[in-house]
Design a protein. Structure first.
Length: 272
């Protein structure tokens, strides 16, 4: 098994744990007996989730409020974990948000913040915790990417580019640590039934958000996405795309040239 066994000294560090996929990953790991350290900006939500996990599963659940878009705040995380007396043997890089709209109209500061949270934070936390995992010959890292990583998305250019980095980075490091007792898995869900794109503020035809405009069979729940990610991590998989419809769509899209695909995607993503 690629997922380390739970112990009193080890923990799973989960970023973006206050909602959505991150929250459900925390539940899934706690159900398997793993202690968790929940990280996000919304401390009140984290504390409520930690209480639930402790009451339901009897695991130690700690919380740390952290803005991962700020390097100084992010850099304090390893020290905080050490103060708690934990070794991070499972790392879940899940925190993120999306921008939407024509890039030439975008807020530059928001676009750069997106890169800091989706890319810089993943690299920084992997750099912070992977060396000890390799030394122990035990550890697992789940980086939440997206099917957006598998093709450019007009009107979500920065988001799809950032997720493409996460996917490529994860696959490369997965191969580097193969045979060293550590696994790195990229979770690439398609649309998930959360408020993710509502928060991004990008609407398609009829005023619907991106996810609400897609066919229902393509939409999965955060719980299903989280379970697929943890199960993929446990089996040492390199990439996980939850849901048969989305896996089939991504496989088929490999054979469609960008010159054909991009105009179609642009029409779908364009605000009406």
């Amino acid at each position: 098994m690629a997922l380390p066994k739970p112990s009193s000294k080890s923990t799973a560090l989960i970023t973006g744990a206050s909602a959505g996929i991150g929250r459900e990953v925390a539940r899934e790991l706690a159900r398997r007996g793993h202690g968790v350290v929940l990280v996000a900006r919304r401390k009140q939500r984290l504390d409520a989730l930690a209480d639930e996990l402790n009451a339901e599963y009897g695991v130690r659940a700690e919380t740390i409020a952290c803005d991962l878009g700020k390097a100084a705040s992010r850099a304090r995380l390893p020290g905080r974990i050490t103060e708690l007396g934990f070794d991070v043997e499972i790392l879940i890089n899940n925190a993120g948000f999306a921008t939407g709209g024509p890039f030439h109209e975008a807020d530059p500061s928001r676009e750069l913040e997106q890169v800091r949270v989706l890319v810089e934070a993943v690299v920084a936390l992997t750099s912070a915790f992977l060396p000890a995992m390799v030394n122990r010959r035990r550890g697992a890292i789940l980086n939440v990417a997206s099917t957006a990583a598998m093709q450019p998305l007009p009107y979500a250019a920065g988001y799809s580019a950032a997720k493409a980095y996460v996917l490529t980075f994860s696959e490369a490091v997965h191969q580097e640590v193969s045979g060293r007792g550590v696994t790195v898995t990229a979770l690439c869900p398609g649309p998930v039934d959360t408020d993710f794109w509502d928060v991004a503020g990008w609407q398609l035809a009829g005023g619907r958000s991106f996810e609400k405009a897609l066919p229902r069979p393509a939409l999965i729940s955060p719980k299903d996405a989280a379970r697929a990610g943890v199960e993929g991590l446990a089996s040492g998989r390199r990439v996980v795309v939850p849901g048969l419809p989305m896996r089939a769509a991504m496989l088929a899209s490999r054979y469609v040239p960008h010159a054909v695909k991009l105009p179609v995607v642009e029409r779908v993503m364009r605000r009406r």
